[in-house]
Every structure is written in C-alpha cells, then in structure tokens.
Design a protein around this ligand. Structure first.
Ligand code: PLP
Length: 507
C-alpha cells in the first residue's frame, strides 16, 4: 500500500550520487537503473487495484514535503507511481491516452539517455535516418505519394496546427510574411477543440470557424458542406479549409472522407483530416475501411500515442505536397541548419520545434519488433471490448447506450434519470466521480446533445469485456445506491462527495 511504503534509510555515504563525480558512477547508476526498470515493468503489467489510490491527495501532499537522499530516489519514484493514475490497469478506460506498448515504454528511457535533437541532422545523424524511414512508412500507410512530407510533433493539437499552417501556406502564400489571411475553417460540430484553437493561434480568429452539422451517426454531414461554404462566403470568406475527423473525440465517429474529399474539391478547399485518434485503425484489416478516402487529404494529423498505443508523446503530421510543408516555415538559421543539401534533411526546417525529441526510436523499434499486424490486433481488441459494453447496456435495466460504438469509445447513461437536463448532468458527473474515487475502475463523461453522459474509452489492450462489464456493473451498483438514498429522502447523496459539493457541473 502506498501509504505504508516507507523510504529506506540512506545507506553508505549520504552524499553518494550527489556530487558531479559520483552522479555518473556507472556501478551505482546500474543499480538505480535496475530499480527504475523494475518499477516500469510493475506499472506496465499492473492488474491489482486500485486504479487510482483513493487517498492519493493526502499521500502526495505528504510526499511533496519530504526531503530525500539520492539513494532513496527509486523509493520516491515508487511512491509517486503508487499514487498516480494507473493507465495500464485494465479497468482504466477514461481518456484517449494509451496503456503503452511495453517495449516502446522501455525504449523511451533510452530516448532520454541519447537526447538526440531531431531538428538538426548534425545533432542526430542516425536518429534522422530512423525518423525519415518512419516518414516513408507512414506516408505509405496513409496512401500518400512519396513526395509527401511528415514529421513528429508533440501531439494531435500540434499536428492540427501544423496541418492548418500548411493549408494557409497553400491557400495564401504571402500570409507568412504579410500576416493575416482571409480563410474560413469548416468543420463538424464534434471536431476537437484544437482546430478552433489553431485558428485562434494563427490569427484567423475563432470567428473564422464554421460548424457543419452532424448526421445521425454523429459524423460530419458531407451533404451540409455546400450550405456552410455559402454561409462563409456570405460572411466574406473566399478561401476554405475543410476538416474531416477520423475518430471524433466524444464518440469515435468516423467521417465519410470520400464524400468530404469530394465536397472539398467542389469548394476548392484544402482538405485536412484529423486522424489523431483513427490513424492507428489503418493497421487493422477489419477497421481500416473506416479510414477510406484519407489518401485524398491534403494534410493529416495522426497520433501514434493514441491508437498505436505509444507512450506520450508521439504525434505526427503529414502533408501531401511535401515541398509546401518545407515552404510553410520560411526561415533560415545558419547556426543550426546545414549550409549544403544532404541526403538527410534538418527536420527543424519543416516543423515548429527547434528541439525535437527522438520519438521515432520507440515507434520504429515497436513497429519493427511486433509488425503491423500486432497493432491491428490491439485495435480490434479494444473495439471488441467497447462493443461488449454496448451489448450489455442494450440488456441492462439501469443503463442505456447513447450510440452504437463504431470503434473503442462508447457513451451510455441511466435509463431512469432526472427529466431536468442540469440535474441529469449533475447526477451523471457524480457517478463518474464516484467510480473514479472508488479505486475500482476509471471512466469519463462528455456532453451529448446538451446532456452529460458517461463514457468509456478503451485504450488498454489488456482491457477485455470482463473489465468493461465490471466497470458498468459498478456504475449500476452506485446508481442503485443513489436511487435508494433518494427514496430515503437523502437526495443526491453522491453529490456530496469531494469537489462536487463546491462546484457547479457543466453544462
Ligand atoms: C480527434 C482529436 N484530435 C486531436 C486531439 C488532440 O490530440 P493531443 O491530445 O495529442 O494534442 C485529440 C485528443 O484527444 C482528438 O481526439
């Protein structure tokens, strides 16, 4: 138990590893490395409760106050780990952050040790070669031509920003120097907030973002694009970026990219696909059909740290016209970038970061070691688990599905809930908090059609139907207890827990 774990008293010289000479002592470092590696393995293979230690706030507050010796470092890390949220626990199913593929997580430590800066070839010669080899592989995966370009970014938000910057360079080449650009961004109502944020960052203004209605399957309605283009024209816009989403954040709905691609062509729009979530589905022979049409995109955001189950962070952006991505960031830096053309480029010329981590190492190694089929199997496994939740809710007396999951995200709610939307939202949020506070499971919630619903996102390849159903049964049990306490005239007993008593629940 985290609270009982005490730090071992420092043995030997208290100052060992604390001086510049001893901090690099290989014998002592090997011992430390072994302890830390054991901790990593323990975390990656965790199955025992809690998913989140119920007393973690008290424990971490105590930990923050204590000093420690270098020899106690592994013990301290262990205490932090024990009080952290355990994403590798099979009953964690809350957000789109993966239980990482073990080999990739372990290689990640070496990424830090090598500390190659990928922006500049001279600073990462072998690293750039692996990075470029992966770029070729990802282009092929998405069906883009060899002349396309791709680079790692810290995540989907940066990938969307970079994709939209490339769009601006394509639609209005002078905008980089002149500033300002009269471009409208058209995107579905379920689009991730990073698209609107990118429009804000780029100075297009969030008012340039025009929402496209979604259809019954919660996909961006391709049939509504022409009407939204008309609206944007009326507002004075003449250039457009159309955004499709492959795997929306609330429900993992996959847009019809063939239809959206055609609508983009019709409107003369740049076609950006946010496949941050869905990109990994291309590894699955069964699910890759959801991505049909992605090869028509002008730019693509893809997060290997989502459905490729890579540790944070590993985001990726691809641009069909590779030369255009090179022109997107028109700057020179003679103190860094090469004075001559080499076989391998300075990646910093076409990505935002100047210090770029060698994320390619873990991804390249995991792909090489396991092969693409392995990642397809992982995708299919988590989707099967989410579907089992849907089937359970169809039969449940307490829970009902909000939608049939197309992939690994599933929203559900109480069959019997307050008629008042605000009260219903409050109750569902309270249930989420109660599940997460119990230490037994971990789920999330979102707002669908103005009402908060519960949500599971299965991102752990070791989560099976058994774990999903255990979480749903926990929700049922808590909901029944809540209903009973209401009958006893102690309404919304769950709402008295923690922060809920103090803060209003949105919406
Ligand atoms: C569809 C979509 N796009 C973009 C993002 C942002 O990705 P990141 O968190 O890696 O910045 C997310 C995150 O969940 C997402 O679901």
């Amino acid at each position: 138990m985290a609270t009982k774990s005490s730090l071992a008293p420092p043995s030997g010289a208290a100052g060992a590893l604390r001086t510049p000479d001893s901090a690099w002592d290989s014998r002592q470092l090997s011992e430390l490395a072994q302890e830390l590696a054991q901790l990593s393995v323990r975390e990656l293979t965790r199955t025992s409760a809690p998913v989140r230690e119920p007393r973690f706030i008290r424990n971490v507050e105590a930990l923050l106050k204590r000093g420690f010796e270098p020899r106690q470092l592994a013990d301290m890390v262990k205490l932090v780990a024990e009080n952290s949220l355990h994403l590798s626990h099979p009953r964690y199913m809350a957000q789109q952050v993966a239980a990482p593929v073990p080999a990739a997580a372990l290689v990640d430590g070496v990424v830090s040790a090598l500390n190659q800066s990928l922006a500049v070839w001279r600073m990462s010669p072998a690293g750039t070669m692996l990075d470029r080899s992966l770029a070729q592989r990802f282009k092929k995966l998405f069906g883009l031509p060899r002349t396309a370009e791709g680079t790692f970014v810290p995540g989907g938000s940066f990938a969307n920003l970079t994709g939209l910057l490339a769009a601006r360079a394509g639609l209005d080449p002078k905008a980089w120097t002149r500033g300002g650009a009269n471009i409208a961004v058209l995107c579905g109502e379920q689009t991730h907030y990073s698209i609107g944020r990118a429009a804000g960052i780029m100075g297009l203004g969030t008012a340039s973002v025009f929402p496209i209605p979604i259809d019954k399957a919660r996909r961006t309605d391709a049939g509504a694009v022409a009407g939204v283009v008309k609206k944007a024209r009326k507002a004075g816009y003449r250039k457009f970026i159309l955004v499709g989403t492959s795997g929306s954040t609330p429900t993992a709905s996959f847009d019809d990219l063939v239809a959206l691609g055609a609508a983009a062509r019709q409107a003369g729009a740049w076609f950006h696909v946010d496949a941050a979530h869905g990109g990994g589905f291309l590894f699955s022979p069964r699910y890759k059909r959801l991505m049909r049409g992605v090869a028509r995109a002008d730019s693509i955001a893809f997060d290997p740290h989502k459905m490729m189950f890579m540790p944070l962070s590993a985001g990726y952006v691809l641009v069909r016209d590779g030369a255009l991505l090179h022109r997107t960031f028109e700057q020179d830096a003679p103190y860094l970038f090469s004075a001559v053309e080499r076989d391998y480029p300075d990646v910093g010329r076409f990505t935002i970061a100047c210090s770029q981590r060698f994320e390619a190492l873990k991804v390249w190694m995991a792909l090489g070691a396991y092969g693409e089929g392995f990642f397809g199997e992982l995708v299919e496994g988590v989707c099967a688990a989410a579907h089992a939740a849907y089937e359970y809710c169809l039969q449940s007396q307490v829970l009902e599905p909000v939608h049939e999951p197309a992939a690994n995200i599933f929203c559900f709610r109480l069959r019997q809930r307050p008629k008042n939307a605000a009260a219903s939202s409050r109750l569902h949020f309270a249930l989420e908090e109660a599940v997460n506070g119990s230490g037994e499971g971990y789920i999330s919630s979102t707002v669908i059609d103005g009402e908060r619903t519960l949500r599971i996102v299965v991102m752990n390849p070791r989560s099976t139907a058994k774990h999903v159903l255990a979480n749903l049964k926990l929700v049922e049990r808590l909901a029944r207890e809540e209903a009973r306490s209401r009958l006893l005239s102690r309404p919304l007993a769950l709402l008295s827990v923690g922060s809920l008593a103090r803060s209003p629940v949105r919406p």
